[in-house]
Design a protein around this ligand. Structure first.
Ligand SMILES: C[S@@+](CC[C@H](N)C(=O)[O-])C[C@H]1O[C@@H](n2cnc3c(N)ncnc32)[C@H](O)[C@@H]1O
Length: 274
């Protein structure tokens, strides 16, 4: 179990070795292929994230994206970066996976968006202090080896008054059931590769708050997510996909996450640099 040691040291090697971040090198064009699990999983997440970001940045913090610089850490194939750029930010995405970055660059050009991409880890950002007005970290914090270092890097590259927007998985029995057992392990329903997430690397909201505070980031809000359909309906749809009676695209058309007060599984957050 990830516990107090993870605030000051990297995740222990025996835990970290169980996650397969190498999967992202094999994803390639699948990031944008509507019948792939990667595209659909992120597509079903994106509307809730974009809605949250708009509310937090444009509404709550009153940040006008024009002329402002945004960074996405762990941008993968650029699905989230493209939404950030469309909000009007001058956008940069970084990721350790070069194959994912190639897909991001190709799709960005085809979409006519001027996004810059580069190879880097969140633990060591190749940018000067106080470079960005907003930093995004979406579905990435539970993938990194050294979470405290990533948060300190986020704080370093943000301008004072700049915002940090993130989403990640809580570490609860409900998230173990939903994101590990049903999504990855139990073949009856599974729709993701078995080592894409490791339960012990999930982050409790109170752990995030502590890390933010230690790095001079003022926590503002956490919001939860839930499915737009009932659990029984979702299991039925997943079962049909697992049996080959429907596709990821069918799944993506029917299931999506919506914002809720339930923080137990995937939650979204916002903090501001003092
Ligand atoms: C689930 S994907 C999220 C992609 C993107 N943020 C999105 O929401 O569309 C996780 C990404 O984190 C990247 N990643 C893994 N370890 C990382 C690290 N230490 N620093 C930055 N990114 C990392 C992976 O290569 C992968 O592209």
């Amino acid at each position: 179990m990830r516990n107090s040691h993870f605030f000051s040291t990297p995740v222990p090697r025996e835990i970290c070795e169980r996650i397969d971040n190498g999967l992202y090198d094999a994803v390639g064009e699948q990031w944008w292929d509507p019948v792939s699990s990667y595209h659909q999983t992120l597509a079903f997440l994106n509307p809730v994230r974009v809605g949250f970001a708009k509310k937090a940045l444009l509404g709550g913090l009153g940040i006008d994206p024009r002329g402002k610089k945004a960074l996405e850490i762990g941008c993968g194939g650029g699905i989230r970066c493209e939404e950030i750029a469309r909000l009007g930010f001058d956008t940069i995405g970084i990721d350790p996976s070069e194959a994912s970055l190639r897909a991001a660059i190709g799709h960005g050009h085809a979409s006519g968006l001027n996004i810059r991409y580069g190879t880097a880890y969140g633990e060591s950002l190749p940018f000067s202090d106080r470079t960005f007005d907003v930093v995004f970290c979406c579905d990435v914090l539970e993938h990194v080896r050294d979470l405290p270092k990533v948060i300190s890097e986020v704080a370093r590259v943000l301008n004072p008054g700049g915002a940090f927007l993130y989403d990640t998985f809580n570490r609860t029995w409900v998230s173990r059931l939903a994101a590990i057992k049903i999504a990855q392990e139990w073949k009856r329903w599974a729709f993701m590769p078995p080592r894409i997430h490791v339960f012990e690397m999930f982050v409790k909201p109170r752990e995030m708050k502590l890390l933010l505070r230690r790095n001079g980031l003022e926590w503002r809000v956490h919001r939860g997510t839930k499915l737009n359909v009932s659990v029984f309906e979702a299991l039925g749809l997943l079962r049909r996909r697992a049996k080959g009676e429907s596709t990821y695209r069918d799944l993506g058309e029917k299931i999506r996450l919506v914002e809720s007060g339930l923080l137990a599984v995937l939650y979204l957050g916002c903090a501001v640099k003092r």
